[in-house]
Design a protein around this ligand. Structure first.
Ligand SMILES: Cc1cc2nc3c(=O)[nH]c(=O)nc-3n(C[C@H](O)[C@H](O)[C@H](O)COP(=O)(O)O)c2cc1C
Length: 325
């Protein structure tokens, strides 16, 4: 399939694997890129720019296809050394960066000087337009159903994507709730030029995370996510578990007095415990409603190939016939 996104990034299929903390290591990014999609290493999971440089080198050993790095701009007090991370990306020969969290405006000159194409992931039309205005090459439009941070506007993709299509001139990806050929065809119909998948890629053979997490995704339904940290205006969609229930109880009882310190036990340092040790009840880890559409743990190549085959079958075998009738 050829779209503005496949052309822009030199990939075979319009399928991108979004950055995922403690999931987006070289094994997954390399597998996605080798299968013809675009894999993304999660920059900040690597604690230093030096470690990111090593991860990039590891990914290059796995695939000779293009891959990218995610840079998430966090609302933290002590900012990570972003210029050094960008230098590691550029020196590692990576030419695609997915930014998220806040506007990458401040870092655009450095990214562009490195010959890097920027996909900014955001959750509203106004932020997408801002990204276009500051020179981003594409945007990933993340709807309310997405795993991770859906923002505070709560607009689902059924509205958000066609609104983005009305306003944007640069190509965009549909992100949030994407799982299969149906998702891809619907996204293309909504005006997107490809899809960005997070949660779905966790339940694959190559995702370097504990089997308990993959099994939890297979067992979960679309009713099993919760929104946490809403009172702090840092909303995150996570998989329900005992730790998340505890956190939500604190949110209910403390109300507007809630501070980050109150919920730190259920959100700080949770990722390694879940993804590495498979402890499923420790607290919040990002997960999309798309869990309801995850029923198996294929290889990345099986997932991508079948998504493309389903999409083609839907377009040729279903949609085209409706027109021809
Ligand atoms: C476990 C997990 C961790 C994530 N970590 C990040 C992150 O560090 N930075 C980021 O920009 N997005 C992160 N995301 C969001 C994904 O890149 C992607 O936008 C989102 O998962 C899309 O929605 P979906 O899960 O419905 O496919 C994460 C998502 C998941 C599921």
């Amino acid at each position: 399939m050829k779209t503005a996104i496949t052309e822009m990034f030199g990939i075979e299929h319009p399928i991108i694997q979004g950055g995922m903390h403690y999931v987006g290591f070289a094994e997954l990014a390399g597998a996605v890129s080798s299968a013809g999609g675009l894999g993304i290493i999660t920059g900040l999971t690597q604690r230093t720019p030096e470690l990111l440089a090593k991860e990039i080198a590891r990914c290059r050993d796995i695939t000779d296809k293009p891959f990218g790095v995610n840079l998430t701009f966090l609302p933290t007090f002590s900012a990570p050394p972003y210029p050094e991370y960008i230098a590691a990306i550029a020196e590692g020969g990576v030419r695609i960066v997915e930014t998220a969290g806040r506007s990458p405006e401040q870092y655009m000159p450095a990214l562009k000087a490195g010959g890097i194409k920027v996909i900014h992931k955001c959750t509203s039309v106004r932020h997408s337009l801002k990204a276009e205005q500051i020179g981003c090459d594409a945007v990933s439009v993340d709807g309310f159903e997405c795993g991770g941070h859906p923002g505070e506007d709560d607009v689902p993709n059924w509205i958000l994507l066609p609104r983005a299509a009305e306003e944007l001139k640069i190509p965009f990806l549909a992100s949030g709730g994407m799982a299969n050929g149906r998702s891809l065809v619907a996204a293309l119909a909504m005006g997107a030029d490809g899809i960005n998948m997070g949660t779905r890629f966790m339940a694959t053979v190559e995702a370097p995370i504990h089997d308990n997490v993959k099994q939890a995704l297979v067992n979960a339904s679309e009713l099993d996510t919760r929104l946490i940290m809403r009172p702090l205006r840092n909303t995150e969609r996570v998989m329900i578990n005992a730790g998340v229930e505890r956190l939500l109880e604190k949110e209910r009882t403390l109300g507007s007095a809630l501070t980050f310190a109150d919920i730190a036990p259920e959100v700080a340092g949770v990722y390694p415990k879940v993804m590495v040790d498979g402890e499923m009840d420790v607290g919040g880890w990002s997960c999309g409603m798309v869990a309801g559409l995850i029923h198996d743990i294929p290889t990345v190549k099986e997932l991508i190939d079948r998504t493309m085959a389903e999409a083609e079958q839907l377009i040729r075998g279903r949609l085209d016939k409706m027109i021809a009738a």
